[in-house]
Ligand binder design. Structure first.
Ligand SMILES: NC(=O)c1ccc[n+]([C@@H]2O[C@H](COP(=O)([O-])OP(=O)(O)OC[C@H]3O[C@@H](n4cnc5c(N)ncnc54)[C@H](O)[C@@H]3O)[C@@H](O)[C@H]2O)c1
Length: 355
């Protein structure tokens, strides 16, 4: 079915990601009308609703879903709350864009998959990094065989963190303690990109550490991944809680080496570097610099904003055109499975199968 009217949308959770990404993107996009918002924190709810001029305000997402006001919703609440809200949305026939990570453990993830598959709703997970122009271009090059068969992929995200979320510490203490570390938060972005670009993984061997005194979860992590294609992947992530972290390290990269060439990207752009032994230009000039979209290189935020807008547009498009969202629930589950295997590997100090 192709819808002609803008989709009626609600946003659940009015914190950082909702205020900076989802709410403005739905307001700006002609394919949607932001009709309602929801947050358990009444003060924040009222404040955000006033700024965005949204009349329908809910403290309880059940009431929002019962209201018949919306066709689609973004879930922008802390990760341990995703499953309950996503399952309820599917039951009410509401299409959902759920922020990453999908859930805080495999059981919750599988429950979401079951509820979504029993409904006729579209479900997308917010892995926005894959909408960065450089990564879209890289994926195109890899799929077109421009670097031959990928044999090694390396990725790094080292940034300020951790970002605290307002969650009910008592209710979610167990999961927060066990799961929401730097690898759970940042590693999943890279695992999403790796699986999307290279294919499914077979095995992971991870090592986690904690350098911050007051931290109970991993704040630094590395993981080696063996893919079904026999390619190997290597991920490094870290939260830096240092006063001058930008001077020390604030770095993100992806590099893929194939049997016929290499791609390395500046992550947020503007450029990626490409070498192919099939390309005469590469042979003469060496690495070729490609700039998929002209962004101001001094403002990586521009690329990030662009990726979020594109993500939300693709979600709306998938409902309107009645097609699979670009980040499927099965893919999100694969990423979660590999992440949980990485935690298991770090605990056991050995490689763990993710199949
Ligand atoms: N894509 C990305 O790169 C990215 C970046 C930041 C955050 N996130 C994800 O977005 C989610 C939210 O993160 P955030 O930084 O915006 O958190 P936040 O703490 O700033 O906001 C969360 C909001 O949800 C509200 N909330 C909590 N439980 C609720 C419930 N049951 N019903 C309604 N509202 C509820 C809280 O009161 C709070 O206002 C997390 O899953 C996080 O991993 C993704």
């Amino acid at each position: 079915m192709i819808l002609l009217k803008p989709l009626r949308v609600g946003v659940i959770g009015c914190g950082w990601i909702a205020q900076n990404v989802h709410i403005p993107a739905y307001i700006e996009n002609p394919k949607s009308r932001l009709l309602a918002i929801c947050d358990t924190n009444k003060e924040r709810l009222e404040e955000v609703a006033e700024i965005c001029n949204v009349r329908n305000r809910f403290c309880d997402y059940h009431e929002l879903f019962e209201s018949n006001l919306i066709d689609a919703a973004s879930i922008c609440t802390p990760t341990p709350t995703h499953s309950k809200i996503a399952i309820e949305a599917a039951k009410h026939g509401i299409h959902t864009l759920c922020e990453k990570p999908l859930a805080s453990n495999l059981k919750e993830g599988e429950e979401i998959v079951k509820a979504v598959n029993q409904s006729k709703t579209k479900f997308m997970i917010g892995f926005n990094y894959r909408f960065l122009p450089n990564h879209m271009k890289t994926k195109k090059f890899v799929d077109a065989g421009k670097i031959g068969k990928p044999i090694l992929i390396r990725g790094e995200v080292i940034e300020a963190g951790p970002y605290r979320t307002d969650i009910d510490e008592e209710e979610y203490a167990h999961e927060t303690e066990k799961r929401i570390g730097a690898f759970f938060d940042l590693g999943q972005h890279l695992l999403d990109l790796f699986i999307w670009m290279i294919g499914e993984a077979r095995e992971v061997h991870a090592t986690f550490s904690t350098y911050m005194d007051n931290m109970t979860v991993d704040d630094t992590a590395t993981a080696l991944i063996r893919f079904k294609s026999k390619a190997l992947g290597n991920i490094t992530v870290a939260w830096l809680d240092l006063p001058d972290y930008q001077a020390i390290a604030d770095s993100r990269m992806i590099e893929i080496i194939g049997t016929k060439g290499k791609i390395d990207t500046e992550f947020f752009g503007p450029s990626l570097y490409f070498y192919s032994s099939d390309s005469i230009t590469s042979k003469i000039r060496g690495k070729i610099r490609i700039t998929p979209v002209k962004f101001n290189p001094k403002v990586p935020d521009e690329a990030l904003k662009w990726s979020y807008k594109k993500e939300i547009d693709c979600f709306l498009e998938s409902i309107i055109m009645d097609r699979k969202p670009p980040v499927t629930i099965e893919h999100a589950m694969n990423v979660l499975r590999l992440t949980v295997s990485a935690y298991e590997s770090a605990r056991l100090k050995s490689a763990v199968s993710s199949e």
